[in-house]
Design a protein around this ligand. Structure first.
Ligand SMILES: [Zn+2]
Length: 193
């Protein structure tokens, strides 16, 4: 999803702003002055982080823009390490997925063949805390490559994240999430409070 789509679901967007620490008013679905002020603070932080850590290709930028700024920083730091590694293998790495609203997650859940086991509120992607990367050779997306593990392993140098490639079951090599909450249900409780 793009940030402009996320912002249209105002209740969801207010929750995301609150999750990031930018909004503490009521979740009322109305884009009033307090919501706008929160958006401006979010944007200011996001720009400062991009300035500090670096900017990337437009696909990655679109995905990063949907993440909580605290996650944006981590995504940029990871990408900064990953880009030269991918290049050394003749590939391009991009962040291809960021935040998904509950409505979008439920839409994906309903798809056949199955693309996700998670409904809205059951994925770290629903709280602005997770992103997925993809590898490309030229314009071609690579579904499978040993480089996914090589790049994912960069997370092992970053104690603030968990890499889906290290999970024992449902290994999810392109997935990276922030360790701010003990797990999905703790994050969900904070998001829906
Ligand atoms: Zn993921």
């Amino acid at each position: 999803m793009k940030i402009c789509e996320i912002m249209k679901d105002i209740v969801y967007w207010q929750r995301l702003l609150r999750m990031g620490g930018y909004y503490s008013d009521s979740i009322d679905g109305i884009r009033g002055p307090l919501t706008v002020a929160a958006e401006e603070r979010w944007q200011a932080d996001a720009s400062a982080i991009a300035e500090e850590v670096g900017r990337f290709d437009s696909r990655s930028e679109d995905a990063i823009a949907t993440l909580l700024p605290v996650t944006q920083r981590v995504a940029r730091r990871w990408l900064k390490l990953a880009v030269p590694l991918a290049q050394s293998a003749g590939l391009e790495v991009k962040i291809i997925c960021g935040t998904r609203s509950y409505a979008e997650q439920n839409r994906l859940f309903a798809k056949t063949p199955r693309v996700t086991r998670a409904r809205g509120g059951q994925s770290m992607h629903n709280f602005g805390l997770a992103f997925d990367f993809g590898l490309f050779r030229g314009r071609a997306y690579l579904e499978d490559s040993a480089q996914y593990v090589r790049l994912g392993r960069l997370c092992l140098q970053m104690p603030e994240v968990t890499w889906g490639g290290s999970w024992k079951s449902l290994v999810d090599t392109p997935h990276i999430q922030l360790n701010l909450y003990a797990g999905t249900s703790a994050a969900r409780t904070a998001f829906e409070q």
